[in-house]
Design a protein around this ligand. Sequence first.
Ligand code: FMN
Length: 323
Amino acid sequence: MKTRITELFGIEHPILQGGMHYVGFAEMAAAVSNAGGLGIITGLTQSTPEKLAAEIARCRTMTDKPFGVNLTFLPGLATPDYPGYIQAIIDGGVKIVETAGNNPVKWLPILKENGIKVIHKCTSVRHSLKAEAIGCDAVSVDGFECGGHPGEDDVPNFILLPAAADKLKIPFVASGGMADGRSLVAALAMGADGINMGTRFIATTEAPVHQNVKDAIVAATELDTRLVMRPLRNTERVLNNVAVERLLAKEKELGASITIQDILPEVAGVYPKVMTEGAMEAGAWSCGMVVGLIHDIPTCQDLIDNIMAEAETIIRDRLMGLL
Ligand SMILES: Cc1cc2nc3c(=O)[nH]c(=O)nc-3n(C[C@H](O)[C@H](O)[C@H](O)COP(=O)(O)O)c2cc1C
């Protein structure tokens, strides 16, 4: 299947693995890229630019296919050494960067001067158009159902994707709620050029996370995610657990007076505990509603092959047969 996204990134299948904190290590990115998709290393999971450089080098030993690096521009308290991370990306010869969070305009000139393609993750049509206007090569349109930060507009992909397709000229992938061949065909029908998946890729054999995380994803249903930090305008979709229930109780109790300090026990330093140690109740961790569609833990190769085979069957047998 050739789309503007496979052409842009030089990949076999129009399937991307979005940056994921404490999941997007070299093993994850290489497994997705080796399976013909685009794997992405999560830049900020590496605590320094030197460590990111080493992670990129490690990924090179595992794949000779293209892979990218995610750079998340946080609204957060401390500002990471973005120039250092970007230098590590350039020196590591990485040619694709997934940006997310704040507007990446400040960093585009240096990325573009170094021949790097930029795909920016957006949760609204207006932000997608802004990304196009500032010179991004593509956008990842992240609907309300997505794991991670869905923004504050709450527009699900059945509306967001066609609305984006009506306005955008650059290619875009559908992100949030994508799991299988049905998702891919639906995304293409709504005007996207491919799909971006987060949660689905965590439940794979190669995802370098604790088995408890994969088991929790397989066990959960589409009713098991919650939105936290909405009062702070930093909404995150997470898998429910006791820490999340405690956090939501605090939000209810403190109302508009809540600050990040009030919820630090539920949100700070959670990812290594959950992803590495498998402490599933340690705090709030991102997870999409698509968790309700995940019932197995395949290899990335099987997952991607099955998506492509299912998509082809749907198009050839079901859709063509309707005409
Ligand atoms: C555990 C987890 C961690 C994530 N961390 C990041 C991150 O650090 N930066 C980022 O841009 N997106 C992050 N995301 C969002 C994903 O890249 C992707 O956009 C999202 O998962 C798509 O929705 P889906 O989970 O329904 O597939 C994360 C998602 C998950 C599930």
